[in-house]
Design a protein around this ligand. Structure first.
Ligand SMILES: Cc1ncc(COP(=O)(O)O)c(C=O)c1O
Length: 456
């Protein structure tokens, strides 16, 4: 490496390193990736702006996934870029254990104002996985601090994804994410998932069938007894499982059952948070207030890692009964409330607010829905699901080779159509940045139609 040290030469050097393909792909063990397959035909993104990436070959790629459900305001938005640049030169790091700085407080206050009900206390972390593990630990400690320390069981749901920590893995319900890694937390059970293509295929918005599946929770409670159960955790909409939309009334019913038995309800809103479904959180769109919400991704528009666990006043107050000089919860991360993440998040919230981006999924929801459902009838399309600015196209699996058809559609959509989608199992999942316009939607759907037709 040779650079002269003037600021503009350094800026040029560090910007340019994104544009050049790496000499070797050998050393980066890529997460959740078929490394051999990827490295044989890589997809490398070099820069991003607004609705588009540019790849290292110079192709402009339309982003139909907000990165990875992250960049809800689109890419390289000016306020966010400026805030991060300023922050790194002003306060690069400040500890938050018995010390702090202004930004985490300012951010928590802004976030509390967005959250539903009295979920006014915000515990910061660095990812969705950490936000989830924090919520699970808060649930256990909450019961213990109130003298109900025997409430140690968690109830997750089949097909749930709650990140990759041992807590999130244990309450999650995707077999591949669990089976390699041992038994996980000792007391976890799962209610049934709500995906029912046989009854609900091609429903628009909330599927009509499946409310009765909430009663599975009563069965778990009958089996284990409510007095042993700390919390239920679900995603209002499952993303990683291939976009599973809750049946009408289902989340309300979970809330009623939890209330009846003194069980906490946690909504994992890592993907449904920050405008994805037409409100700050899915909780507001669905009209159900949980006891905790976990968030990440869109909180900083994806540009600096950050997670957040929103906790109700009632839960927080239970921890405040000890002496003033006692640490109230023995949990936290070196980077909880990192100044760079806080600066990014504050500018992200400014951008969401200034551009009314939380309204976008309501304004464009019908157009999005009709555009996606126009793919019905194409070869191998067995279901289309949508809600807010989320969508999924499920393809029939190839005999003996599940997942390969959707992967081929995804790869072709990228390499030939220059549209970035997401593949999970035999589902193409879509979650465009909220700055998406009708012509972008048309292009996403047209390219998908071509690639689905072209993929046997
Ligand atoms: C619902 C949900 N929870 C948790 C996570 C984990 O977040 P992270 O990858 O930031 O740890 C994800 C990631 O996609 C998610 O969708």
């Amino acid at each position: 490496m040779s650079t002269d040290d003037t600021p503009s030469a350094l800026a040029d050097h560090y910007a340019r390193q994104n544009l050049e393909a790496p000499g070797s792909l050998d050393n980066f063990w890529m997460p959740f990736t078929a490394n051999k397959q990827f490295k044989a035909k890589p997809r490398l993104l070099a820069s991003a702006s607004g609705m588009y990436y540019r790849d290292v070959d110079g192709n402009e790629v339309l982003d139909a996934t907000a990165g990875l459900w992250c960049c809800n305001a689109g890419h390289a938005r000016p306020r966010i870029v400026e805030a991060v640049k300023q922050q790194i030169g002003t306060l690069d790091f400040a500890p938050n254990f018995s010390m702090s700085s202004p930004l985490p407080f300012k951010l928590a206050e802004r976030l509390a104002a967005l959250a539903p009900g009295d979920l006014n206390k915000v515990f910061f972390s660095n990812s969705g996985s950490e936000a989830v593990d924090s919520a699970l630990k808060i649930a256990l400690a909450y019961h213990r601090v109130r003298g109900e320390g025997q409430r140690t069981r968690f109830i997750g749901r089949e097909k749930g994804y709650h990140g990759v920590g041992f807590g999130g893995m244990s309450v999650g319900g995707l077999p591949n994410n669990r089976k390699w890694f041992g038994p996980g937390l000792p007391a976890v059970s799962h209610i049934r998932h709500t995906l029912d293509v046989s009854r609900n295929a091609f429903s628009k918005g909330l599927p009509p069938h499946g409310l009765e599946l909430a009663e599975d929770l009563e069965r778990q409670i009958a089996l284990y007894d409510a007095s042993t159960i700390a919390a239920v955790i679900v995603e209002p909409i499952s993303g990683s499982a291939g976009v599973v939309i809750p049946p009408e009334g289902y989340l309300q019913r979970l809330r009623e059952i939890c209330d009846k038995h003194g069980i906490l309800l946690i909504f994992d809103e890592v993907i449904t948070g920050f405008g994805r479904v037409g409100h700050a959180f899915g909780a507001q769109r669905f009209g159900v207030t949980p006891d905790m919400i976990t968030a990440a991704k869109g909180i900083t528009n994806g540009c600096v890692p950050m997670g957040a666990t929103f906790v109700s006043e009632r839960l927080f107050e239970a921890f405040m009964s000890g002496p003033d000089n006692a640490i109230d919860m023995f949990h936290g991360y070196t980077y909880s409330g990192h100044p760079l993440a806080c600066a990014a998040a504050l500018a992200t919230l400014d951008t969401y607010e200034e551009e009314h981006l939380f309204d976008k999924a309501l304004q464009l929801g019908d157009y999005w829905q009709e555009a996606l459902h126009s793919l019905k009838g194409l070869p191998n399309v067995i279901d289309i699901r949508n809600f807010g600015l989320v969508g999924a196209i499920e393809l029939a699996p190839r005999a003996g080779a599940p997942g390969t058809r959707a992967y081929d559609v995804f790869a072709r959509t990228f390499h030939e159509g220059h549209v970035l989608t997401r593949v999970t199992g035999d589902v193409i999942a879509l979650s465009p940045p909220l700055i998406v316009e009708k012509d972008h939607i048309d292009r996403i759907v047209n390219v998908l139609a071509d690639t689905i037709r072209a993929t046997a």
